[in-house]
Design a protein around this ligand. Structure first.
Ligand SMILES: [Zn+2]
Length: 312
Protein backbone atom coordinates (compact mmCIF):
# COMPACT_ATOMS: atom_id res chain seq x y z
CA UNK A 1 0.00 0.00 0.00
CA UNK A 2 1.49 3.30 -1.13
CA UNK A 3 0.52 5.22 2.00
CA UNK A 4 3.31 3.29 3.74
CA UNK A 5 5.64 6.00 2.41
CA UNK A 6 3.97 8.30 4.91
CA UNK A 7 5.47 6.40 7.85
CA UNK A 8 8.26 8.65 9.07
CA UNK A 9 9.12 7.61 12.64
CA UNK A 10 12.50 5.91 12.89
CA UNK A 11 12.74 5.02 16.58
CA UNK A 12 11.94 1.84 18.47
CA UNK A 13 8.34 0.94 19.20
CA UNK A 14 6.85 -0.98 22.14
CA UNK A 15 3.54 -2.65 21.30
CA UNK A 16 1.69 -2.63 24.63
CA UNK A 17 -1.21 -4.86 23.60
CA UNK A 18 -0.74 -8.18 21.80
CA UNK A 19 -2.09 -11.69 22.33
CA UNK A 20 -0.94 -15.21 21.62
CA UNK A 21 -3.60 -17.82 21.03
CA UNK A 22 -1.65 -20.03 18.65
CA UNK A 23 2.05 -20.27 19.42
CA UNK A 24 2.91 -21.53 15.93
CA UNK A 25 1.94 -18.11 14.50
CA UNK A 26 3.89 -16.05 17.02
CA UNK A 27 7.02 -15.86 14.85
CA UNK A 28 5.05 -14.25 12.07
CA UNK A 29 3.52 -11.64 14.37
CA UNK A 30 6.97 -10.78 15.75
CA UNK A 31 8.53 -10.62 12.27
CA UNK A 32 5.86 -8.35 10.82
CA UNK A 33 5.98 -6.18 13.94
CA UNK A 34 9.75 -5.78 13.53
CA UNK A 35 9.21 -4.68 9.95
CA UNK A 36 7.15 -1.82 11.43
CA UNK A 37 9.64 -0.86 14.12
CA UNK A 38 8.34 -2.96 17.03
CA UNK A 39 11.27 -4.24 19.07
CA UNK A 40 9.38 -5.27 22.22
CA UNK A 41 5.78 -6.09 23.16
CA UNK A 42 3.47 -6.91 26.00
CA UNK A 43 2.06 -10.35 25.26
CA UNK A 44 -1.19 -11.60 26.79
CA UNK A 45 -0.84 -15.36 27.03
CA UNK A 46 -3.96 -17.48 26.52
CA UNK A 47 -3.21 -20.97 27.76
CA UNK A 48 -0.06 -22.35 29.33
CA UNK A 49 2.56 -21.67 26.72
CA UNK A 50 4.61 -19.09 28.64
CA UNK A 51 7.57 -21.42 29.32
CA UNK A 52 7.86 -22.46 25.69
CA UNK A 53 7.62 -18.84 24.55
CA UNK A 54 10.24 -17.70 27.06
CA UNK A 55 12.69 -20.32 25.84
CA UNK A 56 12.32 -19.02 22.30
CA UNK A 57 12.22 -15.25 22.85
CA UNK A 58 14.68 -14.02 25.40
CA UNK A 59 13.78 -10.38 25.88
CA UNK A 60 11.22 -9.56 23.26
CA UNK A 61 8.16 -9.87 25.49
CA UNK A 62 6.73 -8.85 28.80
CA UNK A 63 4.02 -11.32 29.74
CA UNK A 64 0.49 -10.68 30.94
CA UNK A 65 -1.47 -13.38 32.72
CA UNK A 66 -5.08 -13.58 31.58
CA UNK A 67 -7.88 -13.50 34.15
CA UNK A 68 -11.27 -14.01 32.51
CA UNK A 69 -14.34 -12.11 33.61
CA UNK A 70 -15.82 -15.53 34.20
CA UNK A 71 -13.21 -16.38 36.84
CA UNK A 72 -13.56 -13.04 38.58
CA UNK A 73 -17.33 -12.70 38.43
CA UNK A 74 -17.83 -16.28 39.59
CA UNK A 75 -16.81 -14.92 42.97
CA UNK A 76 -13.94 -17.33 43.67
CA UNK A 77 -11.81 -14.43 44.83
CA UNK A 78 -9.44 -16.66 46.84
CA UNK A 79 -8.35 -18.56 43.75
CA UNK A 80 -7.83 -15.29 41.88
CA UNK A 81 -5.74 -13.90 44.76
CA UNK A 82 -3.56 -17.02 44.82
CA UNK A 83 -2.94 -16.49 41.10
CA UNK A 84 -1.87 -12.92 41.81
CA UNK A 85 0.56 -14.14 44.44
CA UNK A 86 2.26 -16.62 42.10
CA UNK A 87 2.04 -14.45 38.98
CA UNK A 88 5.62 -13.15 39.08
CA UNK A 89 7.17 -16.51 39.88
CA UNK A 90 5.39 -17.96 36.83
CA UNK A 91 7.19 -15.36 34.69
CA UNK A 92 4.42 -12.82 34.24
CA UNK A 93 4.65 -9.16 35.14
CA UNK A 94 1.18 -7.86 34.26
CA UNK A 95 -2.39 -9.02 34.95
CA UNK A 96 -4.88 -8.85 32.06
CA UNK A 97 -8.52 -8.62 33.12
CA UNK A 98 -11.44 -8.82 30.77
CA UNK A 99 -14.77 -7.29 31.70
CA UNK A 100 -17.11 -7.06 28.73
CA UNK A 101 -20.88 -7.01 28.49
CA UNK A 102 -21.10 -10.55 27.19
CA UNK A 103 -20.09 -11.94 30.56
CA UNK A 104 -23.43 -10.65 31.80
CA UNK A 105 -25.37 -13.05 29.65
CA UNK A 106 -24.23 -15.60 32.21
CA UNK A 107 -25.86 -13.50 34.89
CA UNK A 108 -28.00 -16.35 36.05
CA UNK A 109 -24.96 -18.30 37.16
CA UNK A 110 -22.48 -15.57 38.09
CA UNK A 111 -22.91 -14.09 41.54
CA UNK A 112 -20.92 -10.91 40.81
CA UNK A 113 -21.96 -8.43 38.19
CA UNK A 114 -19.32 -5.74 37.85
CA UNK A 115 -15.68 -4.73 38.27
CA UNK A 116 -16.82 -2.38 41.06
CA UNK A 117 -18.26 -5.18 43.22
CA UNK A 118 -16.86 -4.72 46.77
CA UNK A 119 -16.30 -8.47 46.99
CA UNK A 120 -13.49 -7.98 44.44
CA UNK A 121 -11.73 -5.46 46.70
CA UNK A 122 -9.28 -8.03 48.15
CA UNK A 123 -8.32 -9.14 44.64
CA UNK A 124 -7.55 -5.60 43.50
CA UNK A 125 -5.79 -4.86 46.78
CA UNK A 126 -3.57 -7.90 46.21
CA UNK A 127 -2.62 -6.54 42.78
CA UNK A 128 -1.79 -3.18 44.28
CA UNK A 129 0.16 -4.67 47.16
CA UNK A 130 2.26 -6.75 44.79
CA UNK A 131 2.59 -3.65 42.58
CA UNK A 132 1.39 -5.56 39.53
CA UNK A 133 0.19 -3.35 36.68
CA UNK A 134 -3.22 -4.25 35.32
CA UNK A 135 -4.27 -4.22 31.68
CA UNK A 136 -8.04 -4.15 31.71
CA UNK A 137 -10.84 -4.26 29.16
CA UNK A 138 -13.79 -2.34 30.57
CA UNK A 139 -16.22 -1.85 27.68
CA UNK A 140 -16.71 -2.31 23.95
CA UNK A 141 -17.21 0.14 21.06
CA UNK A 142 -20.38 2.26 20.91
CA UNK A 143 -21.21 0.35 17.71
CA UNK A 144 -21.54 -2.92 19.69
CA UNK A 145 -23.81 -1.36 22.28
CA UNK A 146 -26.05 -0.12 19.44
CA UNK A 147 -26.38 -3.63 18.04
CA UNK A 148 -25.40 -6.78 19.89
CA UNK A 149 -25.84 -5.24 23.37
CA UNK A 150 -29.00 -3.29 22.56
CA UNK A 151 -30.83 -5.22 25.29
CA UNK A 152 -29.80 -2.97 28.19
CA UNK A 153 -31.82 -5.01 30.70
CA UNK A 154 -29.50 -7.89 29.96
CA UNK A 155 -26.21 -6.07 29.35
CA UNK A 156 -26.43 -2.67 31.05
CA UNK A 157 -25.28 0.46 29.22
CA UNK A 158 -21.79 1.54 28.23
CA UNK A 159 -22.04 4.52 30.59
CA UNK A 160 -22.77 2.04 33.43
CA UNK A 161 -19.68 0.03 32.57
CA UNK A 162 -17.42 3.08 32.46
CA UNK A 163 -18.78 4.34 35.78
CA UNK A 164 -18.24 0.93 37.36
CA UNK A 165 -14.61 1.10 36.34
CA UNK A 166 -14.29 4.63 37.78
CA UNK A 167 -15.76 3.30 41.01
CA UNK A 168 -13.12 0.56 41.03
CA UNK A 169 -10.37 3.18 40.63
CA UNK A 170 -11.87 5.06 43.57
CA UNK A 171 -11.99 1.88 45.66
CA UNK A 172 -8.43 0.78 44.85
CA UNK A 173 -6.47 3.99 44.68
CA UNK A 174 -2.96 3.83 43.36
CA UNK A 175 -3.50 0.72 41.24
CA UNK A 176 -1.36 1.01 38.10
CA UNK A 177 -3.73 0.56 35.19
CA UNK A 178 -3.67 0.44 31.41
CA UNK A 179 -7.21 0.46 30.08
CA UNK A 180 -7.38 -1.18 26.68
CA UNK A 181 -8.87 0.53 23.64
CA UNK A 182 -8.30 4.16 24.67
CA UNK A 183 -10.22 3.56 27.87
CA UNK A 184 -13.07 2.30 25.63
CA UNK A 185 -13.63 6.01 24.89
CA UNK A 186 -12.03 6.99 21.55
CA UNK A 187 -15.50 8.10 20.37
CA UNK A 188 -15.32 11.91 20.13
CA UNK A 189 -18.27 12.50 22.48
CA UNK A 190 -16.47 10.45 25.16
CA UNK A 191 -13.06 12.15 25.08
CA UNK A 192 -14.05 14.78 27.64
CA UNK A 193 -14.90 12.09 30.19
CA UNK A 194 -11.61 10.29 29.51
CA UNK A 195 -9.77 13.57 30.08
CA UNK A 196 -11.53 13.96 33.43
CA UNK A 197 -10.56 10.41 34.36
CA UNK A 198 -6.90 11.17 33.62
CA UNK A 199 -7.15 14.15 35.95
CA UNK A 200 -8.83 12.15 38.73
CA UNK A 201 -6.65 9.04 38.55
CA UNK A 202 -2.90 9.77 38.25
CA UNK A 203 -2.06 6.06 37.75
CA UNK A 204 -4.47 5.63 34.82
CA UNK A 205 -3.15 4.92 31.32
CA UNK A 206 -4.78 3.74 28.11
CA UNK A 207 -3.58 1.92 25.01
CA UNK A 208 -4.49 2.33 21.35
CA UNK A 209 -5.52 -1.28 20.78
CA UNK A 210 -7.76 -2.24 17.94
CA UNK A 211 -6.63 -0.51 14.79
CA UNK A 212 -10.09 -0.37 13.27
CA UNK A 213 -11.75 1.05 16.40
CA UNK A 214 -9.07 3.76 16.74
CA UNK A 215 -9.01 4.61 13.01
CA UNK A 216 -12.79 4.76 12.89
CA UNK A 217 -13.21 7.03 15.91
CA UNK A 218 -9.99 9.06 16.34
CA UNK A 219 -9.95 9.67 12.58
CA UNK A 220 -13.46 11.11 12.57
CA UNK A 221 -12.25 14.47 13.88
CA UNK A 222 -8.46 14.27 13.49
CA UNK A 223 -7.76 17.82 14.73
CA UNK A 224 -9.61 17.28 18.03
CA UNK A 225 -8.02 13.85 18.46
CA UNK A 226 -4.57 15.31 17.86
CA UNK A 227 -5.12 17.97 20.49
CA UNK A 228 -6.39 15.38 22.99
CA UNK A 229 -3.46 13.02 22.46
CA UNK A 230 -0.92 15.84 22.78
CA UNK A 231 -2.59 17.05 25.97
CA UNK A 232 -2.51 13.55 27.52
CA UNK A 233 0.69 12.34 25.88
CA UNK A 234 2.08 10.88 29.11
CA UNK A 235 -0.89 8.49 29.55
CA UNK A 236 -1.29 6.85 26.15
CA UNK A 237 0.58 3.70 25.07
CA UNK A 238 0.79 2.43 21.52
CA UNK A 239 -0.81 -1.02 21.22
CA UNK A 240 -2.27 -2.92 18.28
CA UNK A 241 -4.31 -5.73 19.89
CA UNK A 242 -2.78 -8.09 17.31
CA UNK A 243 -3.55 -11.72 18.07
CA UNK A 244 -1.06 -14.41 17.00
CA UNK A 245 -3.60 -16.86 15.63
CA UNK A 246 -3.31 -16.85 11.83
CA UNK A 247 -0.67 -17.39 9.10
CA UNK A 248 -2.21 -14.46 7.17
CA UNK A 249 0.56 -11.83 6.74
CA UNK A 250 -1.94 -9.14 5.73
CA UNK A 251 -3.74 -9.47 9.06
CA UNK A 252 -0.68 -8.28 11.04
CA UNK A 253 0.49 -5.84 8.40
CA UNK A 254 -2.93 -4.18 8.19
CA UNK A 255 -2.97 -3.44 11.92
CA UNK A 256 0.56 -2.04 12.08
CA UNK A 257 0.18 0.11 8.96
CA UNK A 258 -3.16 1.48 10.13
CA UNK A 259 -2.01 2.44 13.61
CA UNK A 260 1.19 4.05 12.43
CA UNK A 261 -0.54 6.01 9.64
CA UNK A 262 -3.15 7.18 12.13
CA UNK A 263 -0.58 8.57 14.58
CA UNK A 264 2.26 9.70 12.32
CA UNK A 265 0.76 10.90 9.08
CA UNK A 266 -1.69 13.48 7.79
CA UNK A 267 -3.21 11.15 5.18
CA UNK A 268 -6.89 11.62 4.44
CA UNK A 269 -9.49 9.03 3.47
CA UNK A 270 -7.12 6.10 3.04
CA UNK A 271 -9.30 2.97 3.07
CA UNK A 272 -8.66 0.71 6.05
CA UNK A 273 -6.60 -2.16 4.59
CA UNK A 274 -8.99 -4.76 6.02
CA UNK A 275 -12.69 -5.15 6.63
CA UNK A 276 -14.41 -3.27 9.46
CA UNK A 277 -17.74 -5.02 10.04
CA UNK A 278 -18.92 -2.01 12.07
CA UNK A 279 -18.97 0.27 9.02
CA UNK A 280 -19.57 -2.34 6.32
CA UNK A 281 -23.06 -1.03 5.55
CA UNK A 282 -21.99 2.61 5.65
CA UNK A 283 -19.19 2.75 3.12
CA UNK A 284 -16.35 1.40 5.25
CA UNK A 285 -13.67 2.86 7.54
CA UNK A 286 -11.05 5.34 6.34
CA UNK A 287 -7.77 6.39 7.92
CA UNK A 288 -7.29 10.08 8.67
CA UNK A 289 -3.91 10.68 10.26
CA UNK A 290 -3.52 12.90 13.30
CA UNK A 291 0.15 13.74 12.53
CA UNK A 292 1.63 13.78 16.04
CA UNK A 293 4.96 15.54 16.64
CA UNK A 294 7.99 13.27 17.14
CA UNK A 295 8.31 13.99 20.86
CA UNK A 296 4.70 12.84 21.38
CA UNK A 297 5.21 9.78 19.19
CA UNK A 298 8.23 8.86 21.29
CA UNK A 299 6.04 8.93 24.41
CA UNK A 300 3.30 6.78 22.86
CA UNK A 301 5.67 4.42 21.10
CA UNK A 302 8.17 3.83 23.88
CA UNK A 303 8.55 6.14 26.84
CA UNK A 304 5.18 5.60 28.53
CA UNK A 305 5.56 1.83 28.41
CA UNK A 306 9.12 2.13 29.70
CA UNK A 307 7.83 4.01 32.75
CA UNK A 308 4.68 1.96 33.39
CA UNK A 309 6.42 -1.39 32.89
CA UNK A 310 9.81 -0.36 34.25
CA UNK A 311 11.64 -1.54 31.15
CA UNK A 312 15.40 -1.72 31.36
ZN1 LIG B 1 -6.89 -7.41 23.39
Amino acid sequence: MSAVEELRYGGQIFDAHTHVVDIEHLDLMVRIGERYGVSRSLLIVHGNSIDAIKRRYADHFLYAKYFSGYLLLSGDVDTAIREVETLRSEGYSVAKLHFAPFWRTRNGTLPLNAISDPRLDPFFEALREHDIPVLVHIADPDTYYATRYADTEMFGTKDDHISEFEERMDRTQGLRVQVAHFGAQPESHRLANLGQMFARFPTLHVDTGSARWMARELGRNPEASREFVIQHADRILFGTDCVARTPDVSYYEGRYVTERLLFESLVRDVPLPFNDPDTAGRGGTFINGIGLPDRVLHRLYWENAAVLYELE
